[in-house]
Write a protein that binds this ligand. Sequence first.
Ligand code: APR
Ligand code: PHB
Length: 389
Amino acid sequence: MKCQVAIVGGGPAGLLLSQILNNAGVDTVVLERTSRQHVLSRIRAGIVEWGAVELLRAAGVGARMDAEGIPHDGCVLSDNDLQVRIDFEALTGRRVMVYGQTEITADLYAAQDRAGTPFFHGVEDVEIADLDQALSKVHFTHEGERRTITCQYVAGCDGFHGVSRRTIPDEKRRAFERVYPFGWLGLLSRTPPVHDELIYANSDRGFALASMRNAELSRYYIQVPLTDKVEDWSDDAFWAELKRRLPSDAADNLVTGASIEKSIAPLRSFVSEPLRWGNLFLAGDATHIVPPTGAKGLNLAASDVFYLSSALIEKLKSDSNAGIDAYSERALARIWKAMRFSWQMTTLLHRFDDEDSFAAAMRRASLAHLASSETARRDLAENYIGLPY
Ligand code: APR
Ligand code: PHB
């Protein structure tokens, strides 16, 4: 098999990259380790920066998002009963879209099916080779048969546990990591959201988040110790703890119901540099992980794909190396700013077990400053709606 760009990983980054390249007449093959059902079963964040909204529309996959997504002009940060609304629209002139990653992935799959893009699910033992040659190779096993794709470039979009980042020699990679001493217990319920905007709640008992997928589907999270197991938490125990952490007016309005999904996710900040090794380019979770507090995971994958697709199209259509030579540095510049914001939001809103009274006082003072300073709210809003590409 031959193609111009072989894409390892069929999650949001790989699918969006393939869609944009195909639209520009660049042929791709997508290799995905799991089944399409498994990819679509993952419950992930639902906040789309406006830059990513416009990228999805330009890629021809924005119709259902525009029909079913919910534009949000702001969100609320709370500290017990102190509530601070961050008015994105008034502070930045921009907004975000509430539309689940699962839906975006489904829309991308549908578009790739229409384009007839070669797609392999259930691939095993992927091996990326000859990255320093004019043509590179991706070897893989599919349905028991060992196969090889010969390509000009390889996009590593295979997430944190993928193979592509590790194809870069250890001594050539630099990793930066912060593992947080708590996780997020998430619950999805067919109940109306407690508030029409998201509430990021800081409380003496720890963090909570009230989010949503649509008017009938709510997504809630509470910070839990890493030692907790999801089976330790009944639905009733979850709802009771969530009520203790939300501002009291929201807690009084909370509609509870049976969980249709419940899981615990760890929180980590991670960056691996560089994003290029010869003909291999990394994008998305393959090269960075953010704690979900800033809702940046999907959105960073989108900006990586914007930079990488532009660079590959420029190379393959105009034979210019400028974009591919600048890709790693250009993408990392935005990655690090989003990494900083996600770390700041996590530190601002979570209770750390080993913290002293001063740290708790600093959290409260930071939230009080947001309440009194439009400049502070504008800084948070600019980062939350997404810095320019
Ligand atoms: N070969 C082929 N596919 C692989 C391999 C491999 N060796 N290893 C992993 N994969 C697949 C995974 O099964 C997954 O479907 O690569 C895909 C990577 O997708 P994501 O992990 O979703 O990462 P990405 O596409 O970068 O999207 C980032 O997804 O996980 C969320 O929070 C994250 O919102 C962010 C977004
Ligand atoms: C979600 O809806 O799952 C969600 C929203 C915002 C976040 C994290 C998760 O910051």
